[in-house]
Design a binder for this molecule. Structure first.
Ligand code: SAH
Length: 387
């Protein structure tokens, strides 16, 4: 990418969107800034390895969401909410979003008029189409389109699907979700597949994963493979270990580890994610894994009280990091190795401070750039028990 490209050329709405903080920063410079910030935060604990960047840092987001609405002339518009408001900033293409997904969203918008489908107007409460979500499989190329409507009836549904597929034969499934409530929640609760299976699948580190409209899946699968690759390298499994995958989502990390472990336990709070995790285990014919729907801290505390043994603990908590209950129980169960995958270096540093005060030593740490053009830093760290 030429460094002469100005902020405006790369993204005309950067100042109104707020999604990317570093549109004007050359990619090499972004990586340097992230590496420096991460190294500083990790300084009290261990040395850090070189940041793993992307060769092509644009259009990496495989999950794309557009809000639909109307302008003053009642023409349909689509884009994102302006930062901290409900005004829609019209967008046709985005620097970090998957390009096919963006093109599909524009086609949906262009078809609305001829099918007499009105976008939802937040002010008046009239209209049908509220949001469009496009999820793409990085290695399978499968594409799921989710139309979030205010009512379950899409006029001329079959012809609409036909017209859209004519322009985008690459779409593999279309789902209608109904969200008739006046909330800013994107996805609705009622769901109906009007074309294809209602979900897509993707392959990551040799395993296949089901991605339903609402389930969590890392937005940058290309970098996720590198992230999980590092996590497996740090874990150094030999085939005999008992492994806990905490905050496991749809079971990705545990399933990838299962081939090199004796037994894997996954724990996750979200029921839909646990359901997907169990399906993923069956589909990949993994038999040495068990998933529990529970608070990770509660489950680990139970394991500590029952004197259960874990050799390697993977944890991949949300931005807020882990809980004191979880970390205290972890120190009691005392796995030989803890592999901490983090999307927030501040809470990571807080949690490392806790664990290094409880008989663990941080040995290795590496930042992985999962979110180019933004300030986000993902990382993997390895801790080893001193006893
Ligand atoms: N490891 C997965 C998901 C990581 S996202 C992956 O890489 O795909 C973090 C996950 O933690 C989410 O799925 C969220 O539902 C879950 N979570 C949040 N709080 C939790 C808690 N207290 N106990 C268990 N899981 C929790």
């Amino acid at each position: 990418m030429s460094e002469k490209q100005s902020d405006h050329q790369l993204c005309p709405v950067a100042s109104r969107c707020g999604g990317c903080q570093w549109v004007q920063v050359p990619y090499e410079e972004q990586l340097r800034k992230k590496a420096v910030r991460f190294r500083k935060l990790m300084e009290p604990f261990c040395k850090t390895e070189a940041i793993i960047g992307m060769e092509q840092p644009q259009h990496y987001r495989c999950k794309v969401h557009a809000v639909f609405g109307e302008n003053r002339q009642h023409d349909p518009i689509s884009g994102i909410y302006e930062e901290k408001s409900h005004r829609i900033v019209p967008i046709d293409s985005c620097l970090i979003e998957n390009e096919k997904a963006d093109a599909i969203i524009v086609s949906v918008r262009n078809l609305l008029r001829s099918f007499k489908i009105r976008p939802y107007n937040e002010r008046t409460g009239f209209g049908l189409l509220r949001h469009v979500l496009v999820r793409t499989g990085y290695s399978t190329g499968q594409i799921l389109l989710v139309l979030v409507l205010t009512s379950p009836i899409l006029p001329s549904k079959n012809n609409f699907v036909k017209a859209l597929l004519k322009q985008h034969p690459e779409i593999t499934s279309i789902v209608i979700q109904v969200n008739d409530r006046n909330t800013s929640m994107v996805l609705g609760e009622k769901e109906q597949a009007i074309y294809g299976k209602g979900y897509i699948e993707d392959r990551l580190c040799g395993k296949t994963f089901r991605i339903s409209p609402g389930s969590f899946y890392q937005v940058n699968p290309c970098q996720t493979e590198k992230l999980y690759g590092k996590a497996m390298e740090y874990a150094g499994l030999t085939g005999r270990e008992t492994v806990l995958d905490a905050y496991c989502g749809t079971g990705t990390i545990g399933l990838i580890a299962s081939g090199s472990a004796g037994r894997v336990i996954g724990v996750e709070l979200n029921g839909a994610a646990v359901q997907d995790a169990r399906i993923n285990a069956r589909q990949n014919r993994v038999e040495n894994i068990q998933f529990y729907q529970n608070d990770a801290g509660k489950l680990l505390l139970q394991m500590a009280e029952q004197g259960q043994k874990i050799d390697v603990l993977f944890l991949d908590p949300p931005r807020s990091g882990s809980s004191q209950e979880f970390l205290t129980a972890a120190a009691r169960v005392r796995p030989q190795k803890i592999v901490y995958i983090s999307c927030n270096p501040d809470t990571l540093a807080r949690d490392l401070k806790f664990l290094t005060g409880r008989g663990y030593r941080a040995e290795r740490s590496v930042p992985v750039d999962m979110f180019p053009y933004t300030e986000g830093i993902e990382s993997v760290s390895l801790l080893r028990s001193l006893s």
